[in-house]
Design a protein around this ligand. Structure first.
Ligand code: HEC
Length: 184
């Protein structure tokens, strides 16, 4: 009997411990959540596309002239269009994101280049009404880990994307993904 009282006590303190650590965890999670809710200011009058970190991949690229790695991401509308090949034109509501990092050798395998310092994120927002003066696209850019908004207008974006105006102003060719195991 003594034995069982002892184990009961132990169990109680284990539960107390679990309750306490759950409390601590939820406080931490709450604090992290608050931090995640810091939304950077608009770029070129366009709102920050909060949550893009969880978007899917359309393609990746490696710019050899300035040694940066990029992933090209899309929101749900863009991913659906990309997977179905409906990108000429991209549908209204599609948002394309490009995340740029300095290419850095992987310490564990130096022949592999991996994403290092974050340079910036750039987004193209398709809305043929709102952005009719810029060929249906809004252009926004946020710099570095602080995601400081770029506010110098869309002229430089449009000028550099002009070679692909017949491809709805988009350079990226969606990477080939097998359609196995998913429905779009
Ligand atoms: C110096 C030329 C240049 C400028 C300036 C430029 N881009 Fe691009 N952009 C490119 C090229 C080239 C690609 C495709 C290759 C890559 O980087 O992956 C691209 C790709 C993109 C993509 C992925 C979709 C696509 O077209 O392939 C987005 C989004 C994007 N740019 C947004 C912007 C925004 C927003 C600006 C202005 C703030 C901007 N770009 C300015 C050259 C440019």
């Amino acid at each position: 009997m003594k034995q069982s009282t002892g184990s009961h006590k132990t169990r109680t303190s284990i539960w107390a411990g679990i309750a306490l650590s759950t409390l601590t965890l939820s406080t931490v999670a709450h604090a992290a959540g608050d931090e995640a809710l810091v939304i950077p200011a608009d770029s070129n009058q366009i709102a920050y596309p909060a949550g893009w970190q969880n978007w899917s991949v359309i393609a990746s690229s490696h710019r050899t002239d300035n040694n940066t790695l990029r992933v090209i991401l899309g929101n749900d509308i863009a991913i659906k269009a990309a997977r179905q090949g409906h990108t000429l034109p991209w549908p209204d509501g599609a948002v394309l994101g490009k995340v740029v990092w300095k290419a850095t050798a992987l310490p564990s395998w130096p022949a592999a280049v991996a994403p290092g310092e974050l340079v910036h994120t750039e987004f193209m927002f398709k809305d043929s009404k709102r952005f009719q003066d810029s060929y249906g696209w809004g252009f926004g850019r946020w710099l570095g880990m602080a995601q400081t908004p770029f506010n110098e207008g869309n002229q430089s974006c449009i000028a550099c994307h002009t070679p692909v105006k017949d491809n709805d102003w988009v350079f990226t060719e969606p990477a080939r993904f097998p359609s196995t195991g998913v429905s779009h």
